[in-house]
Design a protein around this ligand. Structure first.
Ligand SMILES: [Zn+2]
Ligand SMILES: [Zn+2]
Length: 318
């Protein structure tokens, strides 16, 4: 079953023509618990990792937090976080000769941001070679850093900048945003620019990072020295108590919550917050990870052709 984000309640480009040039497309991945195989795109699923290649391990020394390894005298096995095939997300900047992106992380706190440390791998999945059968598992990692296996439902959505609006434009628009928000509330269909019309929350590829705090765009460490390209956002949650109105897919709105009787979940009466906890969690936090307090991790690569496509990441929490 595909997943479809409801159309915006208001036409952003008609209301705010100055945002038109800032339009970007993001691919929402819509993770849902399932049983992905190594040849599927997934969150937390098995990777198509060649048996001949050593499994990645982390040799960092870890800060002594609640999410630290009990014993730091040996290297810790990393765990699968995300696998994206070009056939599902062709928008990614696959280096020539590769057709799959694999993200793993070391599932313990690291000095940088007190979150797991990710690594990315680009690979050619068409080379027929035996795959690793049972990758090593880290010992003593906390559940919040071990993504549960999820299948994906990629969907393209249009975004406009939220925290990435430059200060001048943000100031210019703030009053109009507020008026729009008040009018929508009076009409009984709550709609706010930042929560419902700008940036898609959740786990996604491309588009604008769904920052929890102020934007932090890394600079490429390669010869180009330029601002890097947003590759993937990994968030703890797909929506919050406000943004769900726009971002819960239509298909997930039937047969749950409090319905307005129309049966299609589109009515104002339907409320994801009315779902029993487990049902809501299956939509909101399917992989069951938690970065900081409902925070996120943002992965970046060089978008200007530096050798080896340098990689950086940043994390934040609320
Ligand atoms: Zn580590
Ligand atoms: Zn570069």
């Amino acid at each position: 079953m595909p997943r479809t984000t409801p159309p915006p309640l208001l036409d952003v480009e008609a209301l705010f023509p100055m945002l038109k040039p800032l339009r970007r497309e993001a691919v929402r991945l819509h993770p849902r618990r399932g049983e992905p195989g190594p040849w599927d795109s997934s969150v937390g699923g098995p990777l198509s990792w060649p048996a001949s290649e050593p499994w990645p391990h982390c040799e960092d020394s870890h800060p002594r937090t609640r999410l630290a390894p009990a014993d730091d005298d040996f290297a810790h096995a990393m765990v699968p976080v995300l696998q994206l095939y070009a056939r599902d997300v062709p928008e990614l900047p696959f280096p020539e000769g590769t057709d799959v992106l694999q993200v793993v992380w070391c599932p313990f706190d690291h000095e940088a941001g007190y979150v797991p440390r990710p690594e990315i791998y680009w690979r050619d999945s068409t080379r027929s070679e035996p795959l690793i059968e049972e990758p090593p598992r880290p010992v003593g990692a906390g559940d919040v850093y071990l993504p549960d296996p999820c299948v994906l439902h990629p969907e393209r959505v249009v975004e406009y900048p939220n925290w990435d609006l430059d200060d001048e434009l943000a100031e210019e628009l703030e009053e109009t945003f507020e008026e729009m928000e008040e009018r929508a509330a009076e009409d009984g269909s709550p709609c706010a620019y930042r929560s419902h019309l700008s940036v898609a929350p959740g786990i996604k590829a491309g588009g604008y990072p769904s920052w929890t705090q102020d934007p932090y765009w890394p600079t490429c460490p390669g010869p180009c020295g330029q601002r890097m390209r947003h590759l993937v956002t990994i968030k703890s949650a797909e929506f919050d108590g406000v943004s769900w109105r726009r971002w819960v897919p239509v298909e997930d709105r039937s047969g749950g919550g409090t319905d307005d009787g129309s049966g299609d979940g589109s009515g104002d009466g339907w409320n994801v917050l009315g779902l029993p906890y487990e049902e809501r969690k299956a939509l909101q936090r399917a992989p069951d990870i938690m970065l900081g307090d409902m925070g996120g991790m943002y992965l970046f690569v060089c978008g200007h052709g530096c050798p080896g496509m340098p990689f950086r990441y940043h994390s934040d929490c609320s």
